[in-house]
Design a protein around this ligand. Structure first.
Ligand code: ZN
Length: 142
């Protein structure tokens, strides 16, 4: 196994739908906090009324925040839960498609408003994922 990899085991699984008008990031993090999900894989399918996402500028080590009030389908969403500041933290990247199929996407930000969202959370056990500052990237990584 390559250095830095850990073998995981599967834990609990959760599936549910988020309310229209809710915040996609906040609701997933809140659910995980309430159910003591400290590490997980997260998948979402649905649509948003407002998308907020970011592009990480690798040379400058800062996020360029992007915002689209257009209604979009969520056509891709991959995320994980780990611990940051002792709380479950969602790191997700999402792709959003508009009425002509054009896509935008990036690092998902708080402020993305749900129209409809089916969420699947697969808890990961047997590993501890804690985000700490990484000097080479400027990111908080596990
Ligand atoms: Zn990211």
């Amino acid at each position: 196994m390559p250095a830095g990899f850990q073998e995981l085991t599967g834990g609990r699984g959760f599936v549910g739908r988020l309310e229209t008008g809710s915040d996609l990031v906040d609701e997933i993090e809140r659910f995980c906090a309430e159910h003591d999900v400290l590490a997980a894989q997260v998948v979402v399918i649905g649509a948003v009324r407002h998308a907020r996402y970011a592009y990480y500028e690798q040379d400058d080590h800062r996020y360029l925040e992007l915002d689209s009030a257009t209604h979009h389908e969520i056509v891709g969403f991959v995320g994980n839960i780990s611990l940051r500041d002792d709380r479950p933290f969602l790191h997700a990247h999402a792709t959003f498609a508009d009425a002509v199929g054009a896509t935008v996407g990036g690092h998902l930000l708080r402020g993305t408003e749900v129209f409809a969202a089916e969420v699947m959370i697969r808890e990961i056990t047997g590993v501890t994922l804690v985000r700490t500052p990484d000097e080479a990237t400027g990111l908080a990584l596990w």
